[in-house]
Design a protein around this ligand. Structure first.
Ligand code: HEM
Length: 485
């Protein structure tokens, strides 16, 4: 059959198909050309995944060295776009319109409970978080300070005594569990920690079961039918049953002046007058506990190790303590805390070098441009305080521990992201500093401390969510003869 006999459709079809395929290929090339550059290492495709599982921060460091402040890694079904440095971080924390946090935190819904935080829409969540933040501002936490100090003093008397050796990570976990339960969840639960019937499970055991239900797989499949999730759900129901009668009793009491977060929440309504439900209160208490306890315990551990391995700094901080408090056995007060500028700067420097939350992530809700690149909907964007805060161009001589960097406070909000940033910044930041400083203040004034294992290297904790000192991280201590017991 000649061309003439085939007719126009036979000649046009292949040409048309070639044009369409070429256009599609061109479009794909054009689109991919504008996406952040792809970081490859080791075995094709699997190389970056293996590195991520081994050390996610090293993957980021290597990627930054080779590609610069923005690059992507393909994790089979998903692209992860990494942003390193202040500019990318500022964009990350101010692009709530395109970037969603809730998807990454869905695993908390069975823990915090329904209708709370990551189970509700954006505006309800913002309203709930604002409510939590207000109850953790200076005017409120000022009133929690005496409660906090009482717990700290009791802990050191009961658990440390006159002399001994402890693993600082474990010891501070115990201390911060006590202070967090007492100051956030109330004295009733704190008392029940020790005065329960042997057959009853304590709040600490229950919170621990909730925590064990937070596995890396829970991030992708929060309700996977596994034993740890079933135990988590049972413990969550029991915690609600445990707290509900306490809320009822406190509502009936004429005296509404308990100095803790639970009472501050109970005494309030939402700004539009709507009351807060029991479900919400229990969720807020658990969220505040988990938001604060680990991060503050890890920061107190690092602070002990970094400060007490520097005798000159200890001496300087002790002089500041004496100036702020008057004497070594005076009670720790909020007014004195506000005067401890050097201690605060030292804790900030600890947080710069050892942020507990090492990977902050958001999902991309719609295609969005940044620095001339298109970041596709469905990707995950991530940044890490532990990577960018250790870069010499952001913090000169970043490997050197130098509290003077922060003596006038934190200047650039988006260079220091240990507490996150923007609207989603940590709501318990000030209470976090208060807890850490109260514990360190007590140690400075009451004990001579020796860091037997020096300052250990950081390690990712078993649950994969936080980074902490590698154990052993032992310290030995001796009570000073100059202070009263
Ligand atoms: C040294 C101690 C602490 C550190 C390093 C820390 C760190 C952080 C970080 C990095 C975020 C942001 C996460 C993200 O952007 O994805 C965050 C959020 C949050 N933190 Fe903290 N935190 C600390 C203490 C606390 C305490 C004591 C509380 C409560 C009592 C708390 C409650 C919260 C809450 C409620 C959020 C969610 C904020 C939002 O989404 O708007 N944190 N924290």
């Amino acid at each position: 059959m000649s061309l003439k006999e085939k007719g126009p459709i036979h000649t046009l079809a292949p040409v048309g198909a070639t044009v369409v395929v070429s256009a599609l290929l061109l479009r794909r090339w054009w689109r991919s050309r504008k996406e952040p550059p792809s970081f490859q290492m080791g075995i094709p495709v699997l190389g970056p995944i293996i590195q991520f599982l081994k050390d996610p921060m090293e993957l980021m460091r290597l990627g930054y060295k080779k590609m610069g402040g923005i690059f992507k890694v393909n994790f089979l079904a998903m692209d992860m776009v990494y942003l390193v440095g202040s500019e990318g971080q500022e964009w990350f924390f101010t692009s709530d319109k395109y970037l969603d946090q809730a998807n990454m935190y869905k695993f908390t819904v069975p823990i915090f409970g329904p209708k709370v935080l990551y189970d509700v829409d954006y505006s309800t969540r913002t309203c709930q978080l604002r409510f939590i933040r207000e109850r953790l501002t200076d005017s409120y936490i000022r009133s929690y300070t005496s409660t906090l100090e009482e717990e700290v003093v009791q802990f050191f008397d009961e658990c440390w005594g006159d002399s001994g050796t402890v693993c600082i990570r474990e010891s501070m976990q115990e201390l911060l569990t006590r202070t967090s339960i007492r100051c956030l969840m109330g004295h009733e639960l704190r008392i029940a920690m020790t005065s329960k019937k042997p057959e009853d499970r304590s709040i600490v055991e229950m919170l621990h079961i909730l925590e064990k239900g937070m596995l890396p797989m829970s991030v992708f499949w929060p309700n996977a039918p596994i034993q740890r999730h079933r135990e988590r759900d049972q413990a969550r129901r029991e915690i609600h049953e445990m707290i509900k009668p306490i809320l009822d009793q406190r509502r009936k009491k004429a005296d509404k002046t308990e100095k803790d977060f639970m009472q501050s929440v109970l005494n309030s309504t939402y700004p539009d007058g709507r009351p807060i439900t029991d479900e919400e209160i229990v969720g807020f208490l658990i969220a505040a506990f988990f938001g604060g306890m680990h991060n503050s315990a890890i920061t107190t551990s690092w602070s002990t190790l970094e400060l007490f391995s520097r005798p000159e700094l200890v001496q300087e901080l002790l002089e500041e303590q004496r100036a702020a408090l008057g004497s070594d056995d005076a009670p720790f007060t909020f007014d004195a805390y506000e005067k401890m500028k050097k201690l605060r700067a030292a804790v900030s420097e600890v947080l710069r070098m050892h942020a507990p939350l090492f990977l902050l992530m958001r999902t991309v809700e719609q295609d969005v441009e940044f620095k001339g690149y298109t970041i596709r909907r469905g990707s995950v964007v991530a940044c890490s305080p532990n990577v960018s805060q250790m870069m010499d161009d952001v913090y000169p001589k970043a490997e050197t521990f130098d509290p003077k960097r922060f003596i006038d406070g934190i200047k650039d909000e988006f260079s220091f992201i240990s507490f996150g940033g923007g609207r989603r910044v940590c709501k318990g930041q000030e209470f976090g500093y208060l807890q850490v400083q109260c514990a360190i203040s007590h140690m400075l004034r009451h004990y001579d401390i020796d860091c037997i294992d020096g300052v250990p290297s950081p390690t990712i904790a078993q649950d994969g969510m936080v980074i902490a000192p590698t154990q052993p991280s032992r310290v030995s201590y001796k009570r000073k003869s100059s202070v009263k017991k």
